[in-house]
Design a protein around this ligand. Sequence first.
Ligand code: EPU
Length: 351
Amino acid sequence: MSQASAPGYRITEHARLDARNTFGVQARAPMLVEVSDSAVLPELFGYAMLRDPRLLVLGGGSNLLLAADPAGAVLALETRAITRLGDDGDAVIVRADAGVVWHDFVLWTLGHGLAGLENLALIPGTVGAAPIQNIGAYGVEVRESVHAVEAFDRATGRFARLAANDCAFGYRDSLFKRQSDRYLVTAVEFRLSRLFTPRLDYAGIAEELRAMGVVGTPRAAQIAEAVIRIRRRKLPDPAVLGNAGSFFKNPIVPAAQADALLAAHPGMPVFRGAGDDSRKLSAAWLIDQCGWKGHRDGDAGVSAAHALVLVNHGQASGLQLLELARRIAASVQEHFGVAIEPEPRIIGARW
Ligand code: EPU
């Protein structure tokens, strides 16, 4: 392993990625470029190794399955500034660099009396990754608080700023996910609020607040605390047991198909889809019904706490985890006629 550094970045050859993917899968990058100042990006992208379409841009590595060593260079943004851009009394615009740890940012906003991100507490990953898959949890998606996204546009070699409306946000989707070879998210501007509207519609939050002894309207920090407690209970901590959160997206199916499945399986959870004629099913429930919860093939397994979470019990390879995921999807297809798709980015293999 050899290293070289210049102001704003550091390059390591044959870098280990084990600690850079929350599955804890062993892998190496031919070259790892750690960037501490995004102003160097135009210069770095002058080099062929970074213009190679196989370049992998890493955030916290919490939504990633390394099924093989990345073939190209790996770039990680380690920029960490948080700046207040504007304040009109009620709404405050805050800009956070891509490398800021997401949960640290949520705590920063709460510490400054700003609401909007409390339901998204404890999601692993970085600020820069948040808009890419439009992270969401407990009834809230990050797009609701995104004001604009700043990105380095690899097609033009310049920085671009996209207003939230131009980001094509969808369920676990965005322009940045669809054009991942083009935009490199460098910072996100959030519109946060001093006026707090609690979002308690998701099952479990109100119950948790009651269990915490909160009466009346909760404070934003109390909602975050409720979310943290639920997440700690339901989702394994990647620092203890390798995982990438939900491995599958909840499938969206035509309403008629959801009705037919519901008639056959009256306990099946069904949620609103994007429109009147579509419904979102629970991938966790479908997988659980097929008997996978707690299943283990060597070190590749399914969490015993949540059927949607694949786990690495120690030495599982990315390929072993991927093979298990394929068997799970095939059994859901066979039992329910529903295709489920992975949420994490898969490197080195096709789904
Ligand atoms: N369920 C089961 N078995 C399980 C777990 C859940 O049958 O082992 C059923 C339950 O009936 C429950 C339903 O599945 O009503 C939904 O479960 P949960 O509330 O845990 O939510 P989810 O749909 O499985 C989604 C997100 C999570 C997010 C939670 C909470 C996706 C793919 N996942 O999970 O996001 O934290 O809602 O809002 O949309 C992630 O994306 O990595 C992630 C963890």
